[in-house]
Design a protein around this ligand. Structure first.
Ligand code: C2E
Ligand code: CA
Ligand code: CA
Ligand code: CA
Length: 278
C-alpha cells in the first residue's frame, strides 16, 4: 500500500480522470495543430499617441481548428507552457513575425516593428539567443524592428542568467519590452539592471484610469519610472478616448488596445496601415 503513488489515487477519482484525459486529448490536438499549420498570428497595432501614427504591432498566436473553431490563447498558451510545446510554437510565431516584417517592408512600410512574446521556457532553452539571432538574420530583418516581449515575472526570476541572455539580445540590437508591468514583484534595483527598452503598463492599471479608484496612480508611477530609467512606456488595453487622452497628458506616448485596433490578420493590418498612413 505504501508504494501506491499519486497517479493510482487520482485514477480512482472519476472527475479528475475525465479532466486528465481531456487535458491529454487537448495536448495531443495541440501537437497535431502545430504540425498541421493550425497555429497562425494576428497583429495588433501599437500607436504613437502624439501623431496618431502606427509605429508597430504585437504578434499574437492564434489556434484555428480545421472546422474553423478558434481556441483562445488564454487556454492553449498555459497548456503549451505546461507540456513544453510553447518552444516549437514560439519558434513558429517568430518565423511568422519575420515573414510579416518581410511583407511590411515589401509593401512600403519598412519602419513598422513587430513584437513577439517569449515565454520563460523558451528563454531557458540553451540555444534560444543564437537561434533567435540566426532566424532574424536569415530573413534579413533589422534587429531594431523585431521586439522581444517578456513578462515582468519571467524577466525577474533567476535574473542574473536571464539578464545576461536579454543583454545578449539587446547587444544584438533587438528592443526588449517588459510585458504586464506592474503585476509582478520586481525590485527596482533589478529593474534598473535589466536591459529593457520598454515598459508595457498592464491593462489592469489602464482599465482603472477613468474610474476614480486611485489605480491611475500606479499607471502614473510606471510612466515616471520608465522616464527615470530612460525606457519607453507603452500602455496596454486602451479601450477609450478618455484613457488615451489621460495617457498623453501624463507623458505616456505609446499605446495599444481595442480603442485603436483589435488583433487582426496581416492583410487587414497592412490595409489599416495604408489608410492611416496614406
Ligand atoms: P499579452 O501578451 O498581454 O497580450 C495582450 C492581450 O490583450 C491579447 O490577448 C490582446 O488581444 C488583448 N487585448 C489587446 N487590447 C485589448 C483591450 O483593449 N482590451 C482587452 N480586454 N484586451 C485587449 P490574447 O491575444 O488573447 O493573448 C492572451 C495572452 O496569451 C497574451 O497576453 C500572452 O500572454 C499570451 N500569448 C499570445 N500569443 C503568444 C505567443 O505567441 N507566445 C507566448 N509565449 N504567449 C502568447
Ligand atoms: Ca505581450
Ligand atoms: Ca501584456
Ligand atoms: Ca497579459
Amino acid at each position: 500500500a505504501q508504494s501506491r503513488g499519486a497517479i493510482e489515487i487520482l485514477a480512482y477519482e472519476p472527475e479528475l480522470e475525465a479532466e486528465t484525459s481531456q487535458r491529454f486529448t487537448r495536448s495531443r490536438d495541440l501537437y497535431r495543430a502545430l504540425h498541421g499549420n493550425e497555429i497562425s498570428i494576428e497583429l495588433q497595432a501599437q500607436v504613437d499617441l502624439r501623431s496618431g501614427r502606427i509605429i508597430g504591432a504585437e504578434a499574437l498566436a492564434r489556434w484555428t481548428r480545421p472546422d474553423g473553431t478558434r481556441i483562445p490563447p488564454g487556454e492553449f498558451i498555459p497548456m503549451a507552457e505546461a507540456n513544453g510545446l510553447i518552444v516549437p510554437i514560439g519558434r513558429q510565431v517568430l518565423h511568422l513575425a519575420c515573414q510579416a516584417l518581410e511583407r511590411l517592408r515589401a509593401g512600403g512600410f519598412p519602419d513598422i516593428s513587430v513584437a513577439v512574446n517569449v515565454s520563460p521556457l523558451q528563454l531557458g532553452q540553451r540555444n534560444f539567443m543564437q537561434e533567435f539571432i540566426a532566424t532574424a538574420r536569415d530573413y534579413r530583418i533589422s534587429p531594431e524592428l523585431l521586439e522581444v516581449e517578456i513578462t515582468e515575472t519571467a524577466a525577474m526570476g533567476d535574473y542574473e542568467a536571464k539578464g545576461q541572455l536579454l543583454r545578449g539580445l539587446r547587444d544584438a540590437g533587438f528592443p526588449i519590452a517588459i510585458d504586464d508591468f506592474g503585476t509582478g514583484y520586481s525590485s527596482l534595483a533589478h529593474l534598473r539592471s535589466m536591459p529593457a527598452t520598454t515598459l508595457k503598463i498592464d491593462r489592469h492599471f489602464v482599465s482603472e484610469i477613468s474610474a476614480n479608484s486611485g489605480e491611475h496612480m500606479i499607471a502614473d508611477m510606471i510612466i515616471g519610472l520608465g522616464r527615470g530609467l530612460d525606457m519607453q512606456v507603452l500602455a496596454e488595453g486602451v479601450e477609450s478616448q478618455e484613457q488615451a487622452q489621460w495617457l498623453l497628458e501624463h507623458s505616456c506616448m505609446q499605446a495599444q488596445g481595442y480603442f485603436f485596433a483589435r488583433p487582426e490578420p496581416l492583410d487587414a493590418f497592412i490595409q489599416r496601415l495604408s489608410i492611416v498612413h496614406a
